[in-house]
Ligand binder design. Structure first.
Ligand SMILES: [Zn+2]
Length: 413
């Protein structure tokens, strides 16, 4: 008789389920599933069937999140939450978000007959990517009671978040019932890395130390447009030259500060003619780091540079700060638990920073939160060729199961 390792089988199923769910799309021929689009119902049905097989109770909360629950040993037992999101960007890959959901189900399946001192709740968030309403984390915000202020936001067709919920058959008045109630152990999210760090380290999985903080700014440089042939260099007020110096300074600084990333993603110049000195230049800055003081110091340096580059050219500079999001460190106890679990199952699990936001960042406001990243082959994500290797999915599942067992042995601490 051949012994089949149940965890290996569950890892295969978790990965196969991502490919099944990839067929549930609003655009035939690609994977596109925005917030509360029709295929969301099929995703809910698919996961509900899996939950029923595991003996879990299922509900869809007022934000459209699917919540599958295994009760704890007593009504006042705390809850351990596992999950990620099931919406996608347009023309997405099969694994971003979804793999964190199917791995959560696989963990619950692996521990089906193991007594636990806490309840388990599996979360499939309805919205994380921010595609439909331009604001991300609509699903996870419902759990922290921070969705209500966004109900009046409108999508491109003028439908509000409230209207979208109602059209789907949900009742926004019931949002308070979606909040996390009662004591929680914490939240663990599995997610593909979407970057090159684990591949370079030769590791299947990694433990997220923090979700990087970020600032987003607009810089408007205004000089004077004039004739490119008749205006000597000393008489110019070239706004684009100042902005270009700024873009290079941002790159130079980020290259010199470990962990800092800085990007000038948009640069426009006016009037935009080959023989006219640019009188206006407008650019953006996106700057991120795991430690807020490092990010703040770098931003101060870059803005001083920008003012200098402008001043040297007689150009004025206006800076608009569009967003400042502090870094969110992951819970030290959960990080330690993930490291212990990884070493127990023989996985190298280096620490790494998440440069992107995730649902764990939202839930970290109300409970200990942690993330386990899986290697992203060729760092490809938000693309149809996005991948997760079977061996890496199995490694993540083994770490996840060992983590929950370790947590149970410590009484949920
Ligand atoms: Zn994601």
């Amino acid at each position: 008789m051949i012994e089949i390792d149940p965890i290996a089988g569950l890892a295969v199923r978790a990965r196969a389920a991502c490919l099944d769910l990839a067929r549930l799309t609003e655009v035939p021929g690609e994977i596109t599933r925005t917030f509360l689009s029709p295929p969301t119902r099929d995703v809910t049905a698919y996961l509900s069937a899996w939950a029923a097989e595991l003996g879990l109770s299922v509900r869809v909360d007022a934000a459209g999140n699917l919540r599958a629950r295994r009760e704890g040993p007593s009504p006042d037992a705390p809850t351990l939450y596992l999950g990620s999101h099931v919406d996608t960007v347009p023309n997405a890959g099969a694994f971003d978000g979804v793999l964190g959901v199917t791995l959560a189900f696989a963990v619950a399946a692996a521990l089906r007959d193991t007594p636990l001192p806490f309840a388990l709740e599996l979360l499939a968030f309805s919205e994380e990517e921010g595609v439909r309403f331009g604001v991300p984390f609509i699903g996870s915000r419902a759990l922290t009671g921070t969705l209500e202020p966004l109900l009046t936001l409108e999508d491109a067709r003028g439908v509000s978040v409230r209207g979208a919920l109602e059209a789907y058959g949900l009742d926004p008045a019931e949002l308070p019932g979606a909040r996390v109630g009662g004591p929680s152990v914490g939240f663990l999210e599995f997610h593909i890395e979407q970057g090159p760090v684990l591949q370079a380290a030769g590791a299947s999985v990694g433990v997220v130390s923090a979700i990087a903080g970020q600032d987003r700014l607009l810089l408007d440089f205004v000089g004077q447009a004039s004739h490119a042939g008749t205006t000597p260099m000393a008489h110019r007020r070239d706004a684009l030259a100042a902005a270009a110096r700024f873009a290079v300074a941002a790159e130079d600084l980020a290259r010199s500060v470990p962990g800092l990333v800085a990007t000038v993603g948009v640069m426009t110049a006016r009037p935009g003619a080959i023989n006219v000195i640019p009188g206006e230049a407008h650019c953006t800055l996106d700057i991120r780091h795991e430690h807020d003081p490092v990010r703040a110091g770098a931003l101060d340096t870059l803005l001083a540079d920008a003012r200098r580059f402008a001043g040297e050219r007689g150009v004025t500079l206006t800076v608009t700060h569009k967003m400042a999001q502090p870094a969110v460190p992951m819970a030290p106890a959960f990080r330690g638990g993930l490291r212990r679990a990884a070493s127990q199952v023989g996985q190298l699990a280096p620490d790494l920073v998440s440069g992107a936001g995730h649902d764990a960042m939202i839930l970290a406001d109300v409970m200990p939160a942690a993330m386990l990243f899986l290697r992203s082959p060729n760092a490809l994500s938000h693309h149809p060729d996005e991948m997760a290797e079977p061996a890496d999915v199995e490694a993540a599942l083994r770490v996840g199961v060992a983590f929950v067992q370790d947590l149970a042995a410590r009484g949920g601490r």
